[in-house]
Design a protein around this ligand. Structure first.
Ligand code: HMG
Ligand code: MG
Length: 303
């Protein structure tokens, strides 16, 4: 199949990235990150999560962040919700999309959301119904689809089982996540194919962490399937508090650089994206993890 001509990038940095920071990040800095991402042309942004502040204190200012961002027409703002309590907190903040997050591995489900897979789906069922009734889009994320830090191997049938369950409760878009970054290209394709068996091409996305340096190769492999939606994180921010040792998501700058080289349109200005990555990395007191970001900043400094 010919590669897609256009890719939609969802930047998960403000949520998946900043949820993992040990240091407190000021609400104003979170807001500025979102503003910079949308100014760079990012059309989908995962802004925050409405989860228990005891579990993930870094996201406890979610409502304040949502209230302070200046919304742009054509940008979709999403938030994670693990249960009805989270949805009730999220609704007044006017997200466009809510994300329910399950796992392909029982062990990870227990560690991340304190319940097994079946029970998690039963918790998500009323969340999905209420969100759709409120006119919001519902995305489902399946963590640890390519490997689990507690259980190790995850089978394709395990993935497909959760894909089916997500579909059965009214999830409209499905993201397959390699939370610990162990996936390799053929395996990534096989995982996405299990999602594509139940969801249309435009409603399946890949979410790859770069722990083992495989994320861009995995994205390319998914492009070969025609998949044209991917999550990425500016400056390579991220990890997951319940997946020790997992490094950040693939850096948005690296993905855009590769897609630009392939002639695939994203609508994102890579220079402005690099600036957004430099901004948040400066806030965190470190260099951007993005290889393309570092190279482009170096080139600028030299010229
Ligand atoms: P629990 O302790 O089993 O739930 O947590 P509970 O219902 O017994 O509630 C315990 C306390 O939390 C209660 O407060 C609740 O009110 C409160 P208390 O009575 O003790 O004062 N609570 C809440 N507070 C605010 N918002 C809520 C909420 N729910 C309960 N929504 C729960 C279960 C799911 C809540 C918990 O395990 C949790 O919040 N987990 C969050 C985990 C998380 O955010 N993980 C990171 C995101 S997933 C991820 O990063 C992976 C992904 O990006 C893909 C990838 O990267 O590969 C998606
Ligand atoms: Mg992630």
């Amino acid at each position: 199949m010919a590669l897609p001509t256009h890719v939609t990038l969802l930047d998960v940095g403000p949520r998946d990235g900043l949820q993992n920071e040990k240091q407190a990040v000021a609400t104003a800095h979170k807001v500025e990150l979102v503003q910079r991402l949308q100014a760079a042309g990012v059309k989908e942004i995962e802004v925050t999560s409405f989860v228990s502040p005891k579990w993930v204190p870094q996201m406890s200012d979610g409502a304040a962040v949502m209230a302070a961002i200046e919304r742009r027409v054509g940008v979709r703002y999403s938030v994670l919700v693990p249960n009805l309590k989270g949805l009730e907190a999220a609704l007044p903040t006017r997200p466009d999309e809510v994300v329910v997050f399950g796992a392909a591995s029982e062990a990870f489900s227990q560690r991340n959301i304190n319940c097994g897979i079946e029970e998690s789906i039963e918790r998500f069922r009323p969340v999905a119904a209420a969100a759709r009734a409120a006119g919001l889009k519902v995305r489902g994320a399946i963590s640890c689809a390519l490997g689990c830090p507690y259980q190790g191997e995850v089978s394709l049938d395990d993935i497909e089982r959760v894909v089916r369950l997500m579909k059965s409760i009214g999830v409209q878009h499905l993201g397959i996540a390699d939370t610990i970054g162990v996936g390799t290209p053929r395996r990534a394709q096989a995982a996405l194919e299990r999602a594509l068996a139940h969801f249309p091409l435009e409603e399946v996305s890949g979410h790859f962490h770069d722990t083992y340096g495989q994320a861009l190769a995995n994205i390319y492999a998914c492009l070969e399937l025609g998949v044209h939606s991917f999550d990425a994180s500016v400056a390579g921010l991220g990890g997951c508090p319940y997946a020790k040792g997992a490094t950040g998501n693939v850096a948005s700058e690296d993905v855009v650089f590769m897609l630009n080289g392939l002639g695939i349109h994203t609508g994102i200005d890579i220079d402005a994206l690099v600036d957004a990555g430099a901004f948040i990395s400066g806030v965190l007191g470190r260099a951007p993890v993005s290889r393309a970001g570092k190279a482009l900043l170096g080139k600028r400094a030299a010229s």
